[in-house]
Design a binder for this molecule. Structure first.
Ligand SMILES: Nc1nc2c(c(=O)[nH]1)N[C@H]1C(S)=C(S)[C@@H](COP(=O)(O)OP(=O)(O)OC[C@H]3O[C@@H](n4cnc5c(=O)[nH]c(N)nc54)[C@H](O)[C@@H]3O)O[C@H]1N2
Ligand SMILES: Nc1nc2c(c(=O)[nH]1)N[C@H]1C(S)=C(S)[C@@H](COP(=O)(O)OP(=O)(O)OC[C@H]3O[C@@H](n4cnc5c(=O)[nH]c(N)nc54)[C@H](O)[C@@H]3O)O[C@H]1N2
Ligand code: SF4
Ligand SMILES: [Mo]
Length: 706
């Protein structure tokens, strides 16, 4: 920025799935203020404290701005050419000596928010050809991909709640009032929920915690963690049993009706309710209200997803929407038509083409489950990972048994991280390649426009000139891949020409969609509400929705184990662990922003007063929480927000590890719940980490002998 006059720049926030439009006021090259952009057709002025904190990220002195190499005496700054040459040489050397699977790849969540990574991804995969590709997907939304692959024929064909038109919103294990929504890009969820209620709509939340979202809802029901399949089967049963199914036109292009009806018949609420903690009457009532609403949508997120039956849950949620006639219709679960159609530009996705070497977990969409990563590094033998490429992720804090991954990373022959922080994971790297920050490069939200409750398109141009020679994720990957491709390297069109091509050849190309058009529309372009699009848009070969894929019909039998819930707690592990998100946090990062971490400690273990009393625990004392794989010491917060028998701990903390260079975060270190989550607990068919519903015990420090 050379001009000194105050000006306003419009840029979409890249921190979470809400992709809010921001109006950033700049003067003398400095940010004066960050507000929500009222004219953004999707976010309409919404902003949260993290969006305001983007200025801290921009000016953070801990943010790397030049490549660094780990040396005997700490980190040394090196040139981009040296860093890229050395990285490519190390990867090529290990690949040539040990085979392509010796190179492990992990992509973190922010990678999904950067077009730079997205546009290089298939080239990266093609060049590395490693079977050892991992990402945050397998601790996040893998079960959603599973249900979409097997029911709709494309792993990215996600049904999105049409929140702006629905009359009934049933939320199972999602907390959009804190998370701002996931697989439901709908910024300003509180306003949208209130608008639904004003229209006469009803919002019902099912959650083991009385959450921020539950507080806004018309009804909240506690549910014992991990028992969601029983609730969902009970709802499906009621729809069939009480003659409430009304698929309408969906019946013409869906198959498997007899199979799902027979399945549901076996699970009346009177049978399924007891282990859930809900009553059979409440379950039946929930189904009746859902079916009676003019339009309704059932939506489930992290809660039912990070479970051992996560894929079954995702499938059953889709079934509830379909049999009640609420799929592909306004106010129900709908499919998007973004300006760049991911369904056309990406492969439908497959399942089980290969398996992880040590434990045999399945490949899904060309990736293996991250719960297997540590063992694939630590277990000797052919195909063992010897080098890691880490892009925009922090798996030491974000994936199960983080301490084991710490150990694994420290044994690698080589590790490169594309990241601008030296955090719990990247500290193990030999070379760190820092990309420009979010306001220093342009962006188009390739992914989250495709998961949005309204079709819009928006291009953000860089607000700040990057420092001389600085590279974005796109250029870093380009530099690295060019070197790895060697003679096979082909000239690349570049980010903007590629984006322009995708926009012009996309569904709105004929109506003049182009990069130039987006550049002329800094607030974004409105492409209208979601439209019914089935059966045409289905990717199944027979253009039918498969209601009863064998893979889920087989897995569902495992719910019977949930039916004898009164099983005595094994080894004293008598509480069930769930996670928690806070508006001012963002997975493992943004904890270096002083304005976000100030205030009371948020890394606490919420426990019900009865459970606290039974263990002699007092508020704010430090207690020991243990699982099969380890223990942590954490501050207790007594609260009847959580149901008895449940303990809630947020993830993403634990910044006091040696070598972490996050000055502010270290002062608010917290502890990592993923030090005690168990990599052996995975979703039964996809291998997704099942961090919700794990058994733990909580003891006073003395009792534990500490
Ligand atoms: N117990 C438990 N564990 C969980 C969860 C849970 O609910 N409970 N949730 C899971 C979920 S849903 C997710 S998505 C994962 C997230 O897990 P990860 O993706 O592994 O972790 P993040 O904290 O999102 O990663 C942030 C890293 O990306 C870097 N970064 C930020 N922006 C950029 C950028 O533009 N370019 C590059 N190259 N790097 C950037 C940051 O510096 C930081 O190092 O955590 C999971 N872990
Ligand atoms: N502020 C903030 N926003 C974020 C993030 C963040 O870290 N901080 N992370 C982003 C990411 S990566 C994602 S994926 C999204 C996630 O978005 P959400 O899924 O909306 O986020 P969570 O807060 O994890 O909500 C999960 C809810 O499920 C409940 N739950 C736990 N176990 C069970 C169970 O067994 N059954 C049921 N029914 N419910 C259960 C929890 O109590 C919790 O309220 O949020 C995104 N937005
Ligand atoms: S909700 Fe907050 S973090 Fe998410 S995109 Fe909007 S401003 Fe950014
Ligand atoms: Mo996530």
């Amino acid at each position: 920025m050379t001009s000194t006059a105050a000006s306003t720049h419009y840029h979409a926030c890249m921190l979470c799935e809400a992709i809010c439009g921001l109006a950033i006021e700049v003067e003398d090259g400095r940010i004066r203020s960050i507000r929500g952009d009222e004219q953004d057709p999707l976010s309409q002025g919404h902003i949260c404290p993290k969006g305001v904190a983007l200025q801290d990220l921009h000016t953070d002195p801990d943010r790397l701005r030049q490549p660094v190499r780990r040396a005997a005496v700490g980190w040394e700054a090196i040139s981009w050419d040296e860093a890229l040459d050395e990285t490519a040489a190390a990867i090529a050397r290990i690949r040539d000596a040990r085979g392509k699977d010796a190179i492990g790849l992990y992509l973190g969540n922010p990678a999904a928010h950067q077009i730079g990574v997205a546009l290089q991804l298939s080239r990266l995969r093609r060049t590395l050809r490693t079977g050892n590709a991992y990402s945050a997907t397998s601790i996040d939304q893998l079960p959603h991909h599973m249900s979409s692959i097997f029911m709709f024929g494309h792993g990215l064909m996600f049904p999105i709640p049409d929140i702006d038109r629905t009359d009934h919103f049933l939320i199972i294990g999602g907390n959009p009032a804190a998370s701002n929504g996931s697989i439901m890009t709908a910024p300003g969820m509180k306003r949208r929920m209130k608008a639904a209620q004003k229209r006469g709509g009803k919002i019902v939340v099912v959650d083991p915690r009385y959450t921020e979202t539950a507080k806004l809802a018309d009804a909240h029901h506690f549910i014992r963690p991990g028992t969601d399949p029983l609730l969902l089967l009970g709802l499906l049963h009621t729809l069939f049993d009480e003659g409430l199914t009304a698929p309408g036109r969906l019946a013409d292009f869906s198959k498997g009706w007899a199979e799902i009806e027979a399945l549901a018949a076996a699970y009346p609420p009177e049978r399924t309710a007891p282990p859930t903690g809900m009553s059979a009457a409440a379950m039946r009532q929930m189904a009746r209200e859902f079916a009676a609403a003019e339009s309704a949508v059932c939506y489930g997120r992290i809660g039912p997803c990070q479970q051992t039956l996560g894929s079954v849950n995702s499938w059953l949620i889709n079934l509830i929407n379909i049999v009640s006639g609420n799929c592909d219709r306004p106010g129900g679960a709908m499919f998007t038509q973004p300006a760049i159609d991911l369904l056309q530009t990406s492969s439908p996705g497959r399942y089980g083409r290969w398996r992880s070497r040590v434990r045999g977990l399945p490949e899904v969409r060309s990736e293996l489950p991250v719960a297997a990563l540590a063992e694939e590094i630590l277990t000797e033998g052919e195909g063992q990972i010897k080098a890691m490429m880490l892009i925009a992720g922090n798996p030491v804090l974000s994936t199960p048994a983080g301490r084991r991954l710490d150990e694994a990373f420290s044994q690698l022959e080589f590790m490169v991280a594309i990241d601008f922080y030296i955090n719990e994971s990247t500290r193990h790297a030999h070379i760190i390649l820092p990309p420009t920050g979010g306001l220093e490069h342009s962006n188009y939200d390739l992914i989250f426009h495709a998961f949005a409750a309204r079709n819009t398109a928006r291009y953000s141009t860089a607000l700040f000139e990057p420092a001389l020679g600085a590279l974005g994720d796109y250029e870093i990957l380009d530099g690295l891949l060019k070197r790895l491709e060697g003679d096979a390297a082909r000239p690349q069109p570049g980010l903007e020409p590629t984006l322009d091509y995708l926009l012009r050849t996309g569904p709105y190309g004929k109506e003049g969609m182009s990069l130039e058009r987006l550049k002329q529309s800094p607030h974004g372009v409105d492409l209208g509400p979601l439209q019914p699009c089935l059966p045409e848009r289905l990717f199944t070969t027979d253009k039918q929705i498969d209601l009863a894929p064998e893979i889920f019909m087989g897995a569902v039998a495992a719910v019977n184990e949930l039916l004898d819930a009164e099983k005595p707690a094994a080894d004293g592990f008598d509480l069930t662990l769930i996670g928690r998100r806070h508006l001012r946090s963002n997975n493992t990062w943004m904890h270096n922003s002083p304005r976000l971490v100030k205030g009371a400690n948020r890394c606490t273990a919420l426990i019900h007063p009865d459970d606290a009393a039974a263990r002699g625990l007092t508020n704010e004392e430090t207690a020991v929480v243990s699982s099969r794989v380890g223990s942590i010491e954490i501050e207790i917060e007594i609260s009847d927000e959580v149901m008895p028998g449940v303990i809630s701990i947020p993830h993403g903390w634990g910044h006091d590890r040696e070598g972490v260079e996050l000055t502010v975060a270290r002062q608010h270190a917290g502890v990592s719940v993923n030090d005690i989550t168990d990599p052996a607990l995975v979703e039964s068919i996809s291998g997704q980490a099942a961090v919700n519903g794990m058994r733990v015990k909580v003891e006073r420090m003395q009792a534990n002998g500490s």
